[in-house]
Design a protein around this ligand. Structure first.
Ligand SMILES: C[S@@+](CC[C@H](N)C(=O)[O-])C[C@H]1O[C@@H](n2cnc3c(N)ncnc32)[C@H](O)[C@@H]1O
Length: 344
């Protein structure tokens, strides 16, 4: 079996954006339950003030308000939120036309937002880092990635001279290594080292055993929370959808220093992460993704470009180039390439 890198002709995001909207009744319902619309009817407030009057968790409230803003149920002036005329008429208890009962009928008791009201009250579950440690989740994430994201990254990376010369790469938290197999097809001298949790590596060894170039991929069990090592002497270091957990400049610089130490001078670093700043349906989808992420106990699903750039410059890298997010993809990602120019 060879990794298929043909690009889909139509846009995965069309259906993806639609299915994310199916979470909206649960989101609006939780906002009703915790009193967002009724409280804002009295007076416009900041996120901190609404959090206080509703007795909520501020980070989750912040993500909820951004979804309601994207829906235009709220309006925002500087940092102050107020009800839109639509929400005032249809989403408050005091309105004789309200649609609260109808919305309740559309809410579901399963799925990632079934417990949103509890999470808003501060009863947040511990994040399950093993969410991708089973075969169906692994096949699912690979399939979603091959719906355009993988081809988008590959088209960018394969033109970079440092990639063409690379012999040893790290696929950091690379799951079953689907990105690695795509890179190996483009560079016959490359060997990939995929680092991920032990259970993920065990399953990957099974499900990839018939894949072309399997013998050019080494799987290594590691747990970053335990501070495990992730190898050295890389010519190419690839990090995709994993750096979100480093959500402060300090923690991001700390992991980038470790990444720097694992690379040769002149080696290539490529980041592939959601960086925010989308418009229209994508903006609403990413607001919903952020709310789900925070309510599942993970810090964020967005790595801001300016924070990444600064952290790279502070940790011995120079930026080579970037590729702007592609709206046809499920989660438009910013791809950024940097070169290691000094040890730190
Ligand atoms: C969102 S997936 C990203 C996979 C792949 N890099 C991509 O872009 O599609 C996050 C990956 O991080 C791995 N992971 C989660 N916690 C980890 C930890 N503490 N140490 C190492 N890997 C971890 C998961 O098993 C999963 O494969």
């Amino acid at each position: 079996m060879t990794t298929n890198t043909a690009t889909p002709k139509t846009a995965y995001s069309e259906i993806n954006n639609l299915v994310y909207r199916s979470y909206l009744p649960n989101i609006i319902s939780a906002a009703i339950d915790i009193g967002v619309f009724d409280e804002l009817r009295y007076k416009p407030m900041s996120c901190a003030q609404i959090t206080d009057v509703c007795g909520a968790d501020e980070r989750i409230m912040d993500a909820l308000l951004e979804v309601l803003l994207a829906l235009t149920y709220l309006e925002k002036d500087k940092s102050i939120y107020k009800l839109s005329p639509l929400a005032d008429e249809f989403l408050t208890q005091a309105s004789e036309f309200n649609q609260l009962g109808a919305i309740k009928q559309f809410t579901t008791h399963n799925g990632p937002l079934a417990n949103l009201t509890e999470a808003l009250k501060g009863n947040i579950v511990d994040f399950d880092q093993h969410a991708w440690s089973n075969e169906s989740a692994m096949r699912g994430i690979e399939q979603g990635t091959k719906a355009g994201a993988l081809q988008n990254v590959l088209a960018f990376v394969k033109e970079i001279p440092e990639f063409k010369r690379a012999k040893k790469m790290c696929d950091f938290a690379g799951n079953s290594g689907y990105y690695s197999y795509a890179f190996l097809n483009e560079n016959p001298d490359l060997h990939a080292h995929v680092y991920d949790l032990e259970q993920v590596c065990k399953i990957a060894l099974q499900i990839k055993k018939d894949e072309k170039n399997y013998n050019r991929v080494s799987y290594h069990s590691f747990d970053l929370i335990k501070g495990d090592d992730f190898g050295c002497d890389y010519d190419f270091f690839f990090s995709s959808h994993f750096l979100y957990k480093y959500d402060t400049p300090e923690s991001l610089a700390c992991i980038l220093k470790r990444i720097n130490k694992s690379m040769k001078i002149g080696a290539l670093f490529v980041s592939n992460h959601i960086s925010g700043g989308m418009k229209g349906d994508h903006h609403l989808t990413l607001c919903i993704v952020e709310l789900i992420t925070r309510s599942m106990g993970f810090p964020t699903h967005c790595l801001k470009e300016d924070m990444l750039r600064k952290a790279l410059l502070d940790t011995g890298f120079e930026i080579i180039s970037t590729k702007a997010p592609n709206y046809r993809l499920a989660y438009p990602e910013l791809i950024l390439a940097a070169r290691k120019i000094q040890d730190v």
